[in-house]
Design a protein around this ligand. Structure first.
Ligand code: GAF
Length: 417
């Protein structure tokens, strides 16, 4: 899709009925309810969340919609309308884990037998992990559930398809069981599912973004106390557009490189004698770096502390209504992720240089890195030209054509029916 004809996915509200109808086909009765949770794109503040730092994501119009009913016999039945797995493999070919699969592709297990590691379950590990985390926290979910999911969040694109699966499951079960967990505990529980059941050591940004973002806003999140501030983000009102460039290079956080960066940051904090890098002030960065002997640790610390500062700057600019000035800060953030944290890849670097070279105000990779997507801030009038320049640059380099579409700040998780 070109930037001129935005590939907006159909709204979750419009998909609710079809998802409920498919649930009826699969399980023989109407669902008790239908919920939605969005993917996210992060504007700035990358690899800061597991250092108790700041992030600034916004929810996308791309969502996971879930039709759900409680059961009483302890069985957990899971179905996804999407053939591709969140890790890019075909779920019908995946036989790892304990869940059986029937002819309709329904995965069946019991709540009682859920146990980590659940990574082998593919996409089903995310909803199953949430049921496990609820059970572990002592919530009354032992009766089981029937769940049917349908997603428009691109998988492996760094847009939090996993967090959307987790949050939609958590919200549905929270409401059906009247648990009243609140969005903060819900996000933490979803993160626990991913950390301890799926086995990915992610921070809490993606789950909080999906659970707490609101339409028309970027979510300023302090990952230390999970305090949030909704900052108006209306690019169109300023004659601007925020584009996502999905490089189609599929990333996986579970492959060790993400955990390595996290370990380097934790080592930096230890060597500096602080609990987390959040405690290193930007003003004291040079002095802190002088005290670190290891070059890798030093550059990871420099990235985290300087990216926290960039979140502060971007939040201040947005609050002041100066969205254009955000552009260069994004590009600076990309250089830091590429050169200091070293989590970029050639395709992400090319998306950024091609976009800024063609006149974008700024661009950076977004999410965990090693593939996935970049965000580009561009004047409305230049959007098509910039998108074409990126597409051309990918073709010249022999890369798969990227998918380019606008990021419109959309509502967070909610009940539809
Ligand atoms: C991934 C993780 F899941 C987040 O917690 C965050 O660390 C992000 O990478 C990098 O900012 O999306």
């Amino acid at each position: 899709a070109s930037a001129a004809e935005p590939a907006e996915p159909p709204a979750a509200e419009e998909r609710a009925e079809a998802v409920a109808a498919r649930f009826r086909e699969l399980y023989g009765a109407a669902p008790e309810g239908v919920w939605a949770a969005p993917g996210r794109v992060n504007l700035i503040g990358e690899h800061t969340d597991y250092n108790e730092g700041f992030v600034l994501p916004l929810a996308l119009p791309h969502t996971v919609v879930a039709a759900v009913s409680r059961r009483t016999d302890g069985r957990l039945r899971l179905h996804s309308a999407d053939t591709a797995d969140t890790d890019g493999t075909d779920d019908t070919a995946d036989t790892a884990g304990t869940a059986g699969t029937d002819g309709d592709g329904v995965r069946e297990t019991t709540v009682a037998e859920l146990a980590p590691p659940g990574g082998g379950l593919g996409w089903a590990a995310y909803p199953a992990g949430v049921v496990w985390a609820l059970r572990e926290a002592g919530h009354p979910v032992a009766g089981g559930a029937d769940i049917h999911l349908a997603s428009t969040v691109p998988t492996g694109a760094g847009l939090s398809s996993s967090a959307a699966l987790e949050v939609v499951t958590a919200l549905a079960l929270d409401e059906l069981h009247g648990l009243d967990l609140g969005r903060k505990r819900l996000a933490l529980l979803a993160q626990r599912a991913e950390n301890d059941f799926v086995g990915v050591p992610c921070g809490v940004m993606d789950q909080m973004a999906s659970a707490r973002a609101t339409e028309g806003h970027a979510l300023h999140l302090d990952t230390r106390d999970l305090g949030v501030r909704q900052i108006p983000f209306d690019a169109a009102a300023h004659g601007l557009r925020l584009l996502i460039v999905d490089t189609r290079v599929r990333h996986a956080l579970g492959d060790g490189a993400y955990a390595d960066r996290r370990a380097a940051c934790e080592r930096g904090a230890r060597e500096l004698g602080v609990r987390t890098l959040r405690e290193v002030a930007y003003e004291g960065l040079a002095e802190a770096l002088d005290r670190l002997a290891d070059a890798t640790v030093r550059s990871c610390v420099r990235h985290v502390v300087s990216d926290n500062e960039r979140v502060r700057r971007v939040a201040a600019l947005l609050t002041a209504g100066d969205i254009r000035a955000v552009g260069p800060v994004l590009t600076e953030g990309h250089a830091s992720l590429r050169d200091d944290l070293r989590v970029s890849c050639p395709e992400l670097d090319l998306a950024v240089t091609a976009a800024t070279g063609a006149g974008a105000l700024g661009a950076r990779m977004t999410g965990g890195g090693f593939g996935g997507s970049a965000v580009v801030l561009v004047a409305e009038a230049d959007a098509d030209r910039v998108a074409a320049a990126v597409t051309e640059a990918f073709a010249s380099a022999g890369h798969t054509a990227p998918r380019i579409f606008p990021a419109v700040p959309s509502p967070g998780a909610r009940r539809l029916v």
